[in-house]
Write a protein that binds this ligand. Structure first.
Ligand SMILES: [Zn+2]
Length: 433
């Protein structure tokens, strides 16, 4: 069923204007306290050098939408990435989809079996599984075209923020939607928005974070006034593809607009620098035991929390999967650090391959961001899945601590940088996005 027009999904979350983060959840990012401080702007050796450097940086960030349109105008046709492999691989991929609700689902294997089409294949399957195609009378050709465009707008050369991460988040979101508390109260509309938001939540991610875009004066930073720059871009890119595909052209304008704003509320919730706002609101409801999933606003807050969990659930997967994600995200951070060094931009926290290690980054990430979020989620949904996730989280953290101890030759395994950190003294532009 379509929701009543004007339903206030966006109002479920915290106020639209971001507040400075409080507490220690972002302490992870403040390892800069023992690193050279990033410069607020490009080096001011000379005006000419600055402008040349800024241009070079912008060239590095060639967004996919630009590439796609330039290909279009040059008359070059895109390879059809919906081509699938032979029956054998196809059969194995189908077999895997029978267990798509399993927390041990190996998205890397699934991506190989589908010839790099995990996001299209998985999301299409989930639309079918949840009865969304029938319920919303979707044209399957348009749906597939939309999903192919989504997949192509992820940057395949990003080590982490690529279509496989989007597919992984969508699979996790499906697992959360199946949790008893949610599945009993969700409408097809809620499920539709959740899956679209999960699949598009990092669309056209450039592989660098918000502080990087701000300090290189990227146009997106000024367009979105240095606030949730990437998340706003992911959302607006998703809206662009929804309109371009005509997937919901048969719906009323009112409902399409509602869909776009509600997808925005979900995607904007994935801004990790605002985690404390969402977490505090969620925690307050849990403390008061007043969450009522009949209430649309409450339900949508829970979906925002679910998407946040899905987005940073890597440490809650099995060690084999989790370790691969850790390596990929670190590779992306270090690549940013390399670019920052090359252009004398000041290396961002967590991005210096000379001083950081995967183990240190992961332990900080788990302690200050993942554990608080999943702790509250388990209070809301105390199920076997939540216990499994917390179990993996504990084991994975212990494994990284073991690695950390080995690397420091049996020294103290806690990083003093975390203990000394104080989020209130660190300027906004140093925060990780
Ligand atoms: Zn993400």
């Amino acid at each position: 069923m379509l929701p009543a027009a004007g339903a206030a999904f966006g109002q479920a979350g915290p106020a639209a204007r971001p507040q400075p983060p409080r507490g220690h959840q972002l302490q992870l990012q403040f390892r800069a306290l023992r690193l050279p401080q990033p410069q607020a702007a490009l080096p001011a050796n000379s005006e000419i050098e600055v402008s040349v450097s800024a241009r070079n940086i912008r060239r590095l960030l060639s967004f996919q939408r630009y590439l796609r349109s330039s290909r279009f105008f040059r008359g070059i046709t895109l390879p059809n990435s919906s081509n699938f492999l032979d029956d054998d691989y196809n059969g194995q991929a189908k077999c895997m989809l029978e267990k798509v609700g399993n927390w041990n689902f190996d998205i890397f294997l699934f991506d190989r079996l589908t010839n790099g089409n995990s996001l299209v294949t998985l999301t299409f399957h989930l639309f079918n599984l949840h009865g969304l195609i029938e319920h919303f009378q979707l044209d399957t050709m348009k749906l597939r075209r939309f999903l192919v465009m989504v997949q192509e707008d992820y940057h395949s050369h990003n080590p982490y923020h690529n279509a496989v991460h989007a597919a992984d988040v969508t699979q996790a979101m499906h697992c959360y939607l199946n949790e008893p508390k949610l599945s009993q109260s969700l409408t097809p509309w809620d499920i539709l928005l959740s899956l679209i938001a999960a699949a598009t939540h990092d669309l056209d991610h450039p592989g660098v974070n918000q502080p990087f875009l701000i300090k290189t004066n990227h146009y997106l930073a000024s367009l979105y006034k240095n606030t949730s720059v990437l998340e706003n871009h992911h959302w607006r890119s998703a809206v662009g593809l929804l309109r371009e595909s005509g997937l919901f052209a048969h719906m009323s304008l009112e409902n399409r607009q509602l869909m776009e704003s509600q997808i925005g509320a979900l995607i904007l919730a994935t801004d990790i620098s605002r985690q404390n706002e969402y977490l505090s609101l969620f925690r307050t409801h849990l403390d008061k035991e007043d969450l009522c999933l009949e209430d649309e606003n409450h339900r949508h807050l829970v979906l925002q929390m679910a998407l946040k969990c899905a987005d940073i659930c890597n440490p809650c997967r099995t060690w084999e999967l989790s370790k691969q994600w850790s390596e990929k995200v670190t590779e992306e951070f270090f690549h940013q650090g390399d670019v920052e060094k090359k252009y004398c931009l000041g290396v961002s926290p967590l991005c210096d391959r000379q001083t950081e290690t995967i183990a240190n980054i992961q332990i900080g990430f788990m302690t200050y961001l993942v554990e608080p979020l999943f702790g509250e989620w388990a209070r809301f949904s105390n199920t076997k899945l939540s216990q499994t996730m917390l179990g993996h989280l504990g084991l994975n953290k212990a494994s990284w601590k073991g690695v950390q101890r080995e690397q420091s030759n049996g020294g103290d395994d806690t990083d003093p940088a975390f203990e000394e950190m104080d989020s209130d003294v660190v300027p906004q532009e140093q925060r990780l996005s």
